[in-house]
Write a protein that binds this ligand. Sequence first.
Ligand code: ADP
Length: 240
Amino acid sequence: MTAPVLQAEGVVKRFGGLTAVNAVSFTVAEHEVLGLIGPNGSGKTTMINLISGALTPSAGTIRLRGRPLSGLRPDRVAQAGVGRTFQLVRVLPGLSVLENVMAGGVFGHRRAWGPALEAEARTLLQRVGLGGREGEAPEQLTYIDQKRLELARALAGDPALLLLDEWLAGLNPTELQTGIALIAGLRDEGRTIILVEHVMHAIRSLCDRCVVMNSGSRIAEGPPAQVLSEPEVVRAYLGE
Ligand code: ADP
């Protein structure tokens, strides 16, 4: 049996007296889209930061294809195969839109800076809806376009696991439809994804399985239609 793409076991993160993630365990299988959902403050972004190496767990282990990630710096985690977008987007100023995507290929996948990577970056920009914007300065892009850029940059690293932290947030209805179709395309080509998301119909249509968090703990796990109808999950979302 091959190891799951991601395996989180008993992961704990404390900030002083606050336990933001409380002994959370889950796995993500190859080609699976896992929804990490739950009300605000439930620990989802902290979990994503623990996986990507931005934070170090207080306890527990996180493995990528069997290899422990805990304690690795974010750049090492990226090189190990974890790509991500941020809730608050982070573009690389001083580099063009095209160069931002190419940088993702160099840092995430140790690709050589050159024509092959450039051609791929152009294709990715086309795919996320930024075709023709290659020469622009990323800091001049709108928030939504910066999110598109981040996704292209993450994909340029050809990640074994892609972490999307509220990538659909803030989109208007038309953009939302395009965004969902884009993620569905990534799923259909066999990518393995953890989706932190609040948009319920996106969760229902994109996720194979959901892990629901509340107050740092995992309170439910299963297919979206099932978990979203569980009374404890409904109560958590209603803040009761
Ligand atoms: P979510 O992504 O589900 O909205 P977060 O992971 O952002 O939740 O936050 C979980 C809890 O941890 C919240 O109570 C939040 O205030 C707290 N928290 C997150 N990051 C920090 C930090 N760097 N220092 C202190 N508390 C934090």
